[in-house]
Design a binder for this molecule. Structure first.
Ligand SMILES: [Zn+2]
Length: 282
């Protein structure tokens, strides 16, 4: 038992160290058009600017908020112009900072159905992470799949790609680069976390069908600019140095998107098949 708990402690320490590094400051940068990266080293936040105010997708942890603020201001934008706060999915690394960012900006908070209660109740009601809590944040609007969020001539489309959480959202929008119109896809999360039960899950019975429906949506996207809730989904750390070299924009990566989604779908199916086999053998 002692050995087991020591191992658990070691694993927890490794995870928190990993997260601490993931949440270090990172240079803010323009991705394309009116889309900017204002997140930390691996925990992505995006600023999408319009003449009528701005969107932010993901607040990170509570401690990430000052980094986001510094990034927004370094890019020459003002926090008081942030009008709408959105999320990739209701896990602590993407939404624990919502209440703080909401207080700082007065932005309206829009959340996909399924994740709305978790954000409103400060983490309560999450699948699996029963002890994960953060500050409660009011929700102004509950979204459903394919809802449009419009501000200052920019339209963000909310696609419900659930499974990772009940309201996991992939954000889709169009940007203009020079004369080109490019489709941006910000992947919510196609990942099956350690400990996720895809078969006979009493807390989240529709988890497997939610993932499947999500993959149908993700596989259909004709993505030009590939982004995600974590930089590592789309190779941000590898692509970023190429941004300074100028054209071509390294974030334009339609093939990388398709390869990633296909691989993640295969990974989901493999885990599902293993868990089904295990359940049948019991
Ligand atoms: Zn997550």
């Amino acid at each position: 038992m002692v050995f087991k708990s020591a191992l658990a402690l070691l694993a927890a320490t490794a995870i928190s160290e990993g997260l601490a590094k993931a949440d270090e400051a990172f240079p803010p940068h323009k991705v394309a058009g009116n889309v900017y990266y204002v997140g930390s080293r691996d925990i992505s936040s995006y600023l999408i600017t319009t003449p009528k105010g701005h969107f932010i997708i993901n607040s990170g942890f509570e401690e990430t908020v000052p980094l986001i603020r510094a990034s927004v201001e370094r890019l020459g934008f003002s926090m008081s112009d942030i009008k709408v706060l959105l999320a990739s999915h209701a896990h602590s690394d993407h939404v624990a900072g919502h209440a703080r960012l909401h207080r700082l900006t007065g932005a309206k908070v829009y959340v996909m159905r399924g994740d709305d209660g978790v954000i409103r109740d400060g983490g309560e009601g999450q699948y699996l992470y029963v002890d994960s809590r953060w500050s409660k944040c009011p929700v102004d609007r509950v979204l459903k799949d394919d809802d449009k969020v419009v501000l200052g001539g920019t339209t963000l489309i909310a696609r419900r790609t659930a499974g990772h959480t009940r309201g996991c959202t992939t954000w889709v929008l169009q940007v203009t680069e020079g004369k080109k119109k490019l489709k941006v896809v910000i992947v919510g999360s196609p990942n099956v976390n350690p400990g996720y039960q895809l078969v006979k899950n009493q807390d989240y019975s529709e988890i497997a069908s939610d993932y499947e429906m999500g993959f149908v949506i993700l596989r259909k996207q004709k993505c030009d600019i590939f982004l995600g809730a974590h930089g590592k989904y789309y190779g941000m750390l590898e692509k970023y140095p190429n941004l300074k070299k100028g054209k071509p924009n390294p974030f334009i990566d339609p093939d990388g998107y398709q390869v990633y989604i296909k691989e993640r779908h295969k990974n989901f199916r493999r885990i599902l098949a293993e868990q089904r086999k295990e359940a049948a053998e019991k």
